[in-house]
Design a protein around this ligand. Structure first.
Ligand code: HEC
Length: 256
């Protein structure tokens, strides 16, 4: 019996292998919490205000997000849909033509509906916090996990300007020798805020957390439902167990 429980515990222990980004840079870990509606609502707000100028979420409807996130339709219509022609039942699209955008940025901004699922939350969370100043790039910034990215640092006013303290090669190797085996974090030493923005580093991490939480929801809207359904099923099974146990006792009462 003891062995059984030990095996069970080991099976349930979270796997803590540290993932690596596209450039081999270690990623900060991101744990979505789809039960935190306030976080998802803040994330949606940031997404609409700061990302949808360039990116679309062409598979996500405003109305479905409003329902799932418990936001009244009127509020979404009033604050999150800027084009009076766009109805709440429509997909979260923008009016930027792909070819024009590709000309401006070197690559068109991809649709982000499934991005968090495609790249993983860890990647997106680290990517959005890893822009740093680089005069050789057209927008004056580069990115640690996506070298030579075409996207400007659209959250710079919040985060501030970030300076790189090691060579790009060292960065790609995660600043060798400095890796904390527990967290796998190394970027702290390589990237630091040189000129503060309107948020503290902790506040900024929270803003990005909420944003990626919302992107995780978009990538898999039914996960929210299955998680809450899972809890209900477990509660049901627990109640059923009481009755099944009582019934078993009743049946076996006279056997011995
Ligand atoms: C000014 C336009 C612009 C804005 C605003 C913008 N992006 Fe981007 N983004 C781009 C472009 C262009 C690319 C493609 C870069 C490339 O391929 O080099 C991109 C790429 C990305 C990628 C990587 C996609 C991939 O997997 O290849 C992610 C993730 C992303 N953006 C997230 C965001 C988020 C989240 C926001 C809002 C906070 C945002 N972007 C705002 C222009 C923008």
């Amino acid at each position: 019996m003891k062995k059984f429980f030990i095996t069970l515990l080991m099976a349930l222990a979270p796997v803590t292998a540290s993932a690596a980004g596209g450039a081999g840079v270690p990623l900060d870990s991101f744990d979505a919490d789809l039960t935190d509606k306030a976080s998802l609502q803040r994330g949606m707000q940031t997404f609409v205000n700061r990302c949808m100028g360039c990116h679309e979420a062409g598979y996500q409807r405003f109305e479905r997000a409003a329902q799932d996130l418990d936001v009244p339709n009127e509020l979404v219509e009033q604050y999150l849909i800027f084009d009076p022609e766009v109805k709440i039942g429509e997909h979260m699209k923008n009016a930027m033509p792909k070819e024009v955008a590709a000309g401006w940025f070197g690559a068109p901004p991809p649709d982000l509906t499934l991005e968090a699922r495609l790249r993983g939350g860890d990647w997106v969370y680290t990517y959005l916090r890893s822009f740093y100043m680089d005069e050789n790039r057209p927008w004056g910034v580069n990115n640690a996990v996506f070298p030579d990215v075409g996207m400007p640092n659209v959250l710079e006013d919040l985060q501030g300007k970030v300076a790189l303290h090691c060579t790009p090669a060292e960065l790609a190797h995660g600043g060798e020798g400095e890796i904390d085996p527990l967290t796998g974090k190394t970027m702290g030493g390589c990237l630091t805020v040189a000129e503060s923005g309107s948020q503290s580093p902790e506040e900024f991490d929270k803003t990005v957390y909420d944003l990626v939480n919302f992107m995780t929801y978009m990538g898999e809207p039914s996960r929210m439902e299955s998680e809450s359904l899972g809890t209900k099923v477990l509660i049901f099974l627990a109640i059923l167990f009481v009755f099944a146990f009582a019934l078993k006792k009743e049946y076996w009462k006279d056997v011995h």
